[in-house]
Ligand binder design. Structure first.
Ligand code: ADP
Ligand code: MG
Length: 728
């Protein structure tokens, strides 16, 4: 055994699927579903009926929480949690780090007479004051009031996370500053959900629907991830600290054979999946599908869709649990968008639709002409939202990690367009022609009279190159990164669609107040809307260069990196979307821009420093050992033969050349990090990270990857791509 790498490789021979604990064997989903959740069923059982009814109204009808009932709810929640082994509770929140945060408090409080009692009041349930002053606030908190506050979100259930030594009650909360500004992503998400509901209801009322009381954004996120053997991953500080490899020569066998995609799932991976799914089910998270993804070592989990707020919390939990459970099975779970160069990265398809309180999916083309007309209005609203506000949607997908993916011919381009499929595009053309009265060849589509042709429920997502595809009764937004919270993208979608619905509702309401019939108003409005926004529809191949050119001609923006997109955060057209329905105020927007720029620069600076460390302490020393060996070989060959030593000279020369080039590149990287760090503002740091550090890292990588392919395998310390990607 020559190196730690070889020892780690040997250790993987011991890998075996972890056996389920006996008490978990053969459990039915129905036995465990929701057992760790204080949801409606548990509430009904543990709360007095009147209190339950009040709380149920808050949850289902979004009525204000009555603070009078908080003590009773807190007490019941505490008893329920303690019965299940909980010793602590925490206000669980989602600060702008993009992760979740928790600070645990014990239920126990000492009494005067030296005893302890368990304590959890309504006040403790409703608000918290974690001293969370170190979270990014983008200038929203001044030092004299640095605290953040948490407030219970009763609309998603509290839950317990069990560990071998106990359990902790988690209470989902909003996180805000002393002056009431949002410090998290849940507050703007909730505001965007409310805005969408209000505007969508206006449309439903116009269609005579008096029954629905609210409209929910429904979301089903498909989560991609990589599993890498833990023994091997631990030897790579880039994987441990950055979640992606900063160096790694291409493998002789990647995803070319498509033999991993949908292949039979390796046993050890399947054990991980089963373990994960059991925990998810216990938390009331409906994990539904699992399969091997395109890249070797890549997998996917998709839950059944839920309302956007719950789906967002659940997706955060899914990511947390994936990270926690993988090591039990000898894996590290990588959620990064691009852990390995040369094979596909990971995304998160955000399936989105709107559903009213009676269960009607508003993106479902209906059976009757009147249903069809309503569907077409909601469709037009989405087209308008994506077309007018594509920058806002793009902002929901930014991140240093996702920059490696978008537009790299494995994920949709950074240009937003909508795929509607042939049938629906045809319908829209018929409607547009009707408006102009130029329909010679195509049949006319009369709103409220004609019926739509049956549309296929496109479950196979035929056009994978589109960032935003209509798939039968929902839109699938495919540009989201695998590690990202789905809150930003859904905030953007809800807010942008709310603006479009608002415009449409205002126009229709005005017409109707003038005595014009709804169908007539639609017959005038829809052709105009489709004409105005037809440029956003693109059913072709989004990966091609021609599309980039055409998109430019169509005036569709292409911000192909985070910094470009972020600098547009304060554009008039972006601000309007957030301000109109008070999803974010001006201060909150500026603070978010600041935080995101800072986060981008920090991410890249950390990667550079990790890489410099690997280069100096692992890669260059190994290369220099090889150079020394080559020099020695050359020297002895020259001693013992007069037949020449061209071969040995060549080996030595090549090594020496690559090493010199790498040393020079390392110096440049070091200088560029220093230059970036000394910049005064986050904006400058972000720009320099992109323009100086990233290219310098790329150059270092080129030489380091080359050296990996030249060196004696015994000298190479870092686990190689073939080992990281193929050992499961
Ligand atoms: P595919 O894998 O082909 O993209 P699936 O049918 O597996 O399609 O759906 C993927 C995700 O879309 C799942 O999470 C599913 O629950 C969700 N989904 C299905 N219908 C809707 C809907 N009406 N609104 C939101 N999400 C939905
Ligand atoms: Mg999909």
């Amino acid at each position: 055994m020559n190196s730690a790498r070889h020892a780690a490789l040997l250790a993987t021979l011991q890998n075996a699927p972890v056996k389920a604990q006996p008490e978990k064997w053969g459990l039915q989903a129905s036995d465990i579903y929701g057992e760790n959740v204080f949801g409606l069923a548990a509430m009904r059982k543990h709360l007095p009926h009147a209190v339950y009814q009040e709380l149920e109204r808050t949850i289902n009808q979004r009525q204000r929480l009555n603070p009078q009932i908080a003590d009773v709810v807190a007490n019941a929640m505490k008893d329920w949690a303690i019965e299940r082994g909980a010793t602590h509770y925490t206000h669980w929140f989602q600060p702008m780090t993009g992760l979740t945060a928790e600070k645990h408090d014990a239920f126990l409080s000492p009494t005067q007479n030296g005893q302890v009692i368990s304590e959890f009041s309504g006040k403790m349930l409703i608000t918290g004051e974690p001293d969370a002053s170190s979270f990014p606030s983008g200038g929203l908190r001044s030092t004299f009031e640095a605290r953040g506050y948490t407030a219970w979100d009763p609309t998603v259930p509290a839950f317990i996370i069990k560990q071998p030594f106990g359990a902790t009650l988690h209470i989902p909360t909003f996180f805000y500053s002393y002056s009431g500004e949002a410090l998290d992503r849940k507050i703007p998400l909730q505001r965007s959900i409310d805005a969408l509901s209000t505007q969508a209801l206006r449309i439903l009322r116009l269609f005579g629907n008096l029954e629905a009381t609210s409209v929910q954004a429904m979301v089903g996120p498909e989560q991609e991830y990589f599993l890498v053997d833990k023994n091997l991953a631990l030897l790579r500080e880039d994987l441990m600290l950055c979640g992606r490899t900063l160096q790694g020569a291409q493998v002789p066998k990647g995803q070319e054979m498509a033999d991993h995609y949908f292949g039979s799932i390796p046993e050890r991976v399947l054990s991980f999946m089963q373990d994960l799914e059991q925990e998810l089910l216990a938390l009331g998270i409906p994990a539904k599908t699992r399969h091997n993804e395109v890249a070797p070592g890549q997998f996917e989990l998709a839950p059944v869709f839920e309302d956007a707020n719950t789906a967002c919390d659940h997706n955060m939990l899914i990511m947390n649990l994936m990270r926690h459970i993988a090591p039990r099975h000898g894996f590290i779970c990588l959620l990064h968008e691009k852990p390995f160069a040369g094979v596909n990265g990971s995304g998160k398809h955000n399936n989105w639709s709107m559903c009213d309180s009676t269960g009607q999916n508003l993106l479902n083309p209906g059976q009757t002409p009147q249903d069809n007309a309503q569907f077409l209005v909601f469709l037009a609203a989405v087209l308008r939202a994506v077309h007018k506000h594509s920058q806002v949607l793009r902002l929901g997908t930014i991140g240093a990690g996702n920059d490696h993916r978008l537009g790299a011919n494995e994920a949709p381009p950074a240009i937003l367009s909508v795929y509607l499929g042939e049938q629906l595009t045809n319908v829209i053309e018929q409607i547009m022609h009707h408006g102009h009265g130029v329909s010679q060849d195509k049949p006319k589509m009369e709103i409220g009279v004609s019926t739509l042709p049956p549309l296929p429920l496109d479950l196979s997502d035929r056009n994978r190159t589109s960032p935003f595809a209509f798939t039968g009764n929902k839109f699938e937004f495919r540009a989201v990164g695998s590690s990202q919270s789905i809150a930003p993208v859904n905030i953007a979608l809800n807010a942008a669609v709310a603006c479009a619905l608002d415009d449409i509702a205002t126009e229709l309401e005005t017409k109707i107040s003038q005595g014009i019939h709804l169908n007539q108003a639609l017959q005038e409005l829809l052709p105009r809307l489709f004409q105005e926004h037809q440029n956003i529809i693109f059913n072709g191949n989004g990966y091609t260069e021609e599309w980039k050119k055409e998109a430019e001609q169509r005036g569709l923006p292409n911000y192909n990196n985070t910094v470009d997109a972020l600098l547009h955060y304060t554009d008039q057209n972006v601000q309007e979307v957030f301000l109109r329905h008070k999803v974010l105020n001006q201060k909150e927007m500026l603070s978010r821009q600041e935080i995101l720029l800072e986060n981008y620069a920090n991410t890249i600076c950390i990667e550079a420093k990790v890489f410099l460390d690997m280069l100096r302490t692992k890669i260059l020393p190994a290369a220099q050992k090889a150079e020394y060996q080559a020099a020695k070989t050359l020297f002895y060959v020259q001693q013992v033969t007069s037949d020449g030593s061209a071969c040995e000279q060549e080996t030595f020369k090549v090594l020496k050349h690559e090493i010199s080039a790498l040393v020079a590149a390392t110096h440049i990287l070091e200088e560029n990090v220093a230059k970036t760090k000394s910049a005064q503002t986050s904006k400058e740091q972000a720009i320099l990270s992109r323009d100086l550090i990233l290219p310098a890292m790329q150059t270092c990588r080129k030489y380091a990857d080359k050296l990996e392919t030249l060196l004696d395998d015994n000298l190479w310390q870092l686990p190689k791509y073939k080992e990281l990607l193929w050992i499961h």
